[in-house]
Design a protein around this ligand. Structure first.
Ligand code: T3D
Length: 260
């Protein structure tokens, strides 16, 4: 277990678990937590043995967004804070060509909601809640919140929710398509471990490229998307996992993907 600033990092069997670690404030986000998260995501990127990342929170919260005690004094330059503390983490999660699963164990508010939304999959405890937060203190969605929530929920629902600050329960979040799955709170860790173990045995490079394709599809024309599919499929055929997948099929055995 590595202890980065306000963030714990542990790798086991191809799964990196990144835990936001300020439980006394529901893991409210500070500048130091921003640095810690960057270090943890960087470590997961650099380690070829890591094939899937789980992001979760210590204690009863996932992440309550910006630590508002840092706003006691007038926030000097929010733009710079966003660029230094939040943006590198959001970019890193999207650029990471490995699946990132948010295990939402409790309240996800403000930038904490944005962080969960930036992940590839969200599995929530039935006790988790989702709170826009920003409008509650007169701010606009940030840290990718306007981008991801808009895409996940569609314009009408996203606008209604983000401007009225309704606290959303896990069941409704599932119904809205904000999360992939809801399990009872005691089953969250084992269920996330099960899903992560599955991803740790899949062809990691093809999953990473699928992630890149889906992000590209948000703004691309059909022609641009077809070109990128062809380019990445070409790259996929160069992987060991492509060869293993074809061989396993022809030899009538389960594939043993290495992630290479
Ligand atoms: O550049 C920039 O920095 C700008 C970026 C802004 C991005 C943002 O994230 S803006 C949005 C900031 N977040 C919020 O406004 C959410 C504030 N928190 C809440 O609304 C509620 O705490 C929750 C809905 C998240 C959870 O409610 P509940 O009832 O489950 O818990 P609680 O009792 O409110 O909170 C428990 C403790 O955590 C409590 O401390 P205490 O009284 O036990 O000592 C509370 O003060 C603390 N806490 C919760 N959220 C924050 C926080 N402390 C600091 N900052 C927080 N955001």
């Amino acid at each position: 277990m590595t202890n980065y600033e306000d963030v714990l990092y542990e790798v086991r069997d191809g799964v990196a678990v990144v835990t936001l670690n300020r439980p006394e404030s529901l893991n409210a986000f500070t500048a130091s937590m921003g640095r810690g998260l960057q270090q943890a995501v960087g470590a997961a990127l650099a380690d070829e043995a890591v094939r899937v990342i789980v992001l979760t929170g210590a204690g009863r919260g996932f992440c309550a967004g910006q630590d508002l005690t840092e706003f006691r004094e007038v926030a000097a330059d929010i733009r710079e804070r966003l660029e230094q503390t939040y943006h590198p983490n959001i970019r890193a999660i999207r650029a990471l060509e490995k699946p990132v699963i948010a295990a939402v164990n409790g309240p996800a508010a403000g930038a904490g909601l944005s962080l969960a939304a930036a992940c590839d999959l969200r599995i929530a405890a039935d006790t988790a809640t989702f709170v826009p937060g920003f409008i509650g203190i007169g701010l606009v969605p940030d840290s990718g919140g306007s981008y991801f929530i808009h895409r996940l929920l569609g314009n009408a629902r996203a606008f209604d929710w983000m401007t009225t600050n309704k606290r959303l329960g896990a069941a409704e979040a599932l119904e809205w398509g904000l999360v992939n799955e809801v399990v009872d709170a005691d089953s969250l860790a084992p269920r996330v471990a099960e899903v992560a173990a599955l991803y740790a045995k899949l062809p990691t490079k093809a999953i990473g490229m699928t992630k890149r394709l889906f992000d590209h599809a948000d703004t691309a024309s059909l022609e641009e998307q077809l070109a990128m599919e062809a380019q990445l499929q070409q790259a996929a055929t160069q992987t060991g996992d492509f060869r293993e997948g074809v061989n396993a099929f022809l030899e009538k055995r389960p594939p043993n993907f290495s992630g290479a």
